[in-house]
Design a protein around this ligand. Structure first.
Ligand code: GLY
Ligand code: MN
Ligand code: MN
Length: 519
């Protein structure tokens, strides 16, 4: 289906407020040459009539109980500033067809919106006039238009005939628990009282049009541009990233749900593994099976699934997934379901396609499992994040020394001037996890790698060993074997909880699990 559109309504948040823009012109021309829609008065009157106008009750979102504290923390960290968090814009795939929309993570975190809500909308957070330590938030979006507008039937971006029913201002306010206004009011709101006492800062890189609007208002009100403006934007980005290092109770619940949905996806993959073996692009079969669960039970996949059989497992981000799945090989599956709130799991299991590990596959598998267990054993509040990696590397270096693969001792390898073991384990052992698979990525080093673990942090433990087919430094029997085991971990008061523990990890448990699901 394609657009039969000569739409003339503004296309974006900023367009609504700023008038003509490149984006509006761009959209106005999408599909013009193909439009055969009638435009006579009788048609316009007829299509506007006879619709049930009942507005259903809107429910307050569970996230609305948690977003106020997040916003209070944000204005405490960045006082005396009006903070602008755009949802982001649709990205054209071709002509009038867009990629699926996923809102910016900071926007979702501070607004409580998820799924594909709501392209071109904007959340504004600022200190409350009565108590500047508290935040006031206003959400700007394009509410549904009436049945008597051409938007209703002719606007492929916003029209209900094209995209389904859209909320009213009152519905959005009920869901989010904050003030909601039409996007056309954004510019006036942003400009009000901006100056020496109140700065205006936008999350960079999300919506160029809103960013340009903010820059213009800053200039008109005597706020500096250049490095100072860039510095304010970076501070906002950093604050939004660091705020998510410790999850609140709602987020932990979301993580549990994402992990549970991901486990269902893995079970489906194991059940249907025989189908993958019989297909010339069996890796795609695996990808498709997981995607079906991700889409049915969640918003989609949290990142592109890695379905990597045999030597492909040694390509760390193998997402092409166009290879065969052979019975004598291992298959590495790294996948996560992103649920509707946008929280994602990130789990890897490496399975023997036949259902049973060969002795050499098992040798590699157990080394990786021991490395993961070593990281689990030290993980507790107070440990430095970076030391999870240290614990895992000590095990892998020792094992590689034992197998005669290192050009020196394990101790020499672990020293900064050695690091030979990293030839076969070139990635990090852990990363924070949440709404982004690599969550909190703009946090400062001292808040991330060099920080102590504290309760509420969620991260992965994911060591691996990868012996490429063309690696002449390892015995032939190891070549083409890649193993990663990845779990999602919550720091508790006195240790950690493995959120993904329900997916078997030990080799014998994997074999039993596969046998039970395939019987
Ligand atoms: N799935 C990407 C990663 O494990 O970091
Ligand atoms: Mn990961
Ligand atoms: Mn992963």
């Amino acid at each position: 289906m394609s657009t039969d559109s000569t739409e003339k309504t503004p296309r974006t948040a900023a367009d609504g407020a700023a008038g003509t823009s490149e984006r509006m012109k761009d959209l106005a021309s999408r599909g013009d040459s193909r439009s055969q829609r009638p435009d006579n008065a009788a048609f316009r009157e007829f299509i506007a009539s006879g619709w049930d106008e009942t507005v259903p009750d809107a429910e307050r979102r569970e996230s609305a109980d948690f977003t106020p504290a997040r916003r209070d923390a944000l204005v405490s960290r960045l006082p005396a500033a009006r903070l602008v968090l755009p949802a982001g814009v649709l990205k054209v795939r071709s002509n009038d067809t867009d990629y699926p929309f996923r809102p910016d993570t900071a926007f979702a975190y501070y607004s409580g919106l998820g799924t594909d809500e709501e392209p071109d909308s904007v959340l504004v957070v600022e200190p409350s006039a009565e108590d500047p330590s508290r935040a006031e938030a206003t959400y700007f979006f394009r509410p549904r238009a009436g049945f008597d507008t051409s938007e209703f039937y002719a606007d492929s971006r916003y029209g209900e005939m094209w995209v389904g029913r859209r909320p009213t201002v009152a519905e959005a306010a009920q869901r989010l628990g904050i003030e909601v206004r039409h996007i056309d009011e954004l510019r006036d709101h942003l400009a009000k009282d901006v100056g020496a006492q109140l700065s205006l800062t936008v999350m960079p890189g999300v919506d160029q049009t809103v960013e340009a609007m903010v820059e213009e208002i800053r200039a008109q009100n005597g706020l500096p541009g250049g490095d100072e403006a860039e510095g304010e934007k970076s501070a906002l980005k950093e604050a939004a990233s660091e705020a998510r290092l410790v999850k609140d109770a709602y987020e932990v619940r979301q993580m549990r749900e994402a992990v549970a949905a991901t486990l269902r996806g893995f079970e489906d993959v194991v059940r249907r593994l025989p189908e993958a073996v019989g297909h010339p692009r069996g890796e795609r079969v695996i990808e498709g099976v997981f995607a079906a669960t991700a889409r049915a039970d969640g918003n989609g996949v949290g990142y592109d699934t890695i379905a990597a059989a045999g030597d492909h497992a040694c390509t760390l981000h193998w997402t092409r997934n166009n290879g065969a799945v052979r019975p004598d090989e291992l298959v590495l599956i790294d996948a996560g379901v992103e649920i509707d709130s946008l929280y994602t799991a990130d789990i890897t299991r490496t399975l023997p396609v036949s259902g049973t590990f060969s002795p050499v596959q098992r040798k590699v598998y157990d080394a990786v499992l021991d490395a993961a267990d070593a990281a689990f054993a030290v993980a507790r509040p107070g440990l430095l994040f970076r030391d999870l990696h240290t614990a895992a590397m000590e095990v892998l270096a020792a094992r590689l020394e034992e197998w005669g693969l290192l050009p020196g001792t394990a101790e020499e390898s672990l020293a900064p001037e050695g690091q030979w073991h990293r030839r076969w384990m070139p990635h990090g052992t852990s990363h924070h996890l949440g709404m982004d698979v690599h969550d909190c990525a703009q946090a400062r080093r001292e808040m991330y790698l060099d920080a102590e673990l504290v309760p509420g942090m969620v991260f992965t433990i994911e060591p691996g060993l990868y012996f490429k087919e063309n690696d002449l430094l390892v015995p032939e029997e190891l070549r083409g074997i890649g193993v990663r085991i990845e779990d999602d971990v919550l720091v508790t008061e006195d240790g950690v909880e493995n959120l993904s523990a329900a997916a078997p990890r030990r080799a014998e448990d994997i074999e039993a699990w596969m046998a039970s699901l395939q019987s």
